[in-house]
Design a protein around this ligand. Structure first.
Ligand code: 13P
Length: 248
């Protein structure tokens, strides 16, 4: 059975004190056995990791650099994350693709470095409204996968997590319909099976992200190919995040 994963992405929110309160509340109130992940800002990662000690909840960085080390002021490398015992890293979020102009080729380099340093990449893909309206979303997602993760060996590919995040549903309150989410998730799994094999495709957790809330998580997660969520706004409130985590 595939792992059910509910990952929060705090983005650029929460002071250290607010983050600490939030992590404590999540840790104290979650009793389920789905894999919970908290995607915190770099500054918060060690605090979150220490606070989560003794629980099965894990921490994720929201980004890493595509070079191993060197003169890249303000950046964080995968080996730094590994040295702080951070298990997961979100790679290719649409906000980084848009505001930081990250390319599919750079994302491929990040994925390689993350795996080399034994971090688990949560690789994000997803289309804009414009691409969807032109009905090019299937090809768009396929190209994102081909250019950033399909170069991996089967052994390495089997370690990653994929998140499908339609850009038009992020932070907008608009959610992909149950049918739209299932259709793209099934497409992603089919492409993985074509590139690797069905055993690998069947083992990969594919998360949905985009205005996932307590009141729609259950119907989204009920889809055969939706294995959890990458949650933005609703991950900033312990009760909402836990309600989503309990939606399987
Ligand atoms: P929202 O849940 O706020 O729409 O954000 C989704 C997202 O970008 C998670 O990475």
């Amino acid at each position: 059975m595939r792992k059910h994963i509910v990952a929060g992405n705090w983005k650029m929110n929460n002071s250290i004190q607010e983050g600490l309160e939030l992590v404590k509340a999540i840790k104290a109130n979650y009793a389920g056995d789905n894999q919970l992940i908290i995607g915190a800002p770099f500054l918060h990662l060690s605090m979150v990791n220490e606070t989560l000690e003794g629980s099965s909840i894990a921490v994720a960085a929201q980004n890493c650099h595509h070079e191993e080390s060197g003169a890249f002021t303000g950046e964080i490398s995968t080996s730094m994350l590994a040295s702080a015992n951070i298990p997961y890293v979100i790679i290719g979020h649409s906000e980084r693709r848009e505001y930081n102009h990250e390319t599919n080729a750079q994302l491929a380099a990040k994925v390689d470095l993350a795996l080399k340093d034994k971090l688990i990449p949560i690789f994000c893909c997803g289309e804009s409204l414009e691409i969807r309206e032109k009905e090019q979303h299937f090809n768009w997602i396929t190209a994102q996968l081909k250019e950033s993760v399909f170069h991996l060996t089967a052994e390495n590919f089997a370690k990653i997590v994929i998140a499908y995040e339609p850009i038009w549903a992020i932070g907008t309150g608009v959610t992909a319909s149950v049918e739209q989410a299932q259709e793209i998730h099934a497409h992603i799994r089919k492409e993985i099976a074509r590139q690797y094999d069905t055993a690998i495709a069947d083992g990969i957790s594919i998360l949905y992200g985009g205005s996932c809330k307590p009141d729609n998580a259950q119907e989204l997660f009920a889809n055969a190919d939706v294995d959890g969520g990458l949650i933005g706004g609703a991950s900033l409130k312990a009760d909402e995040f836990i309600a989503i985590a309990n939606s399987f």
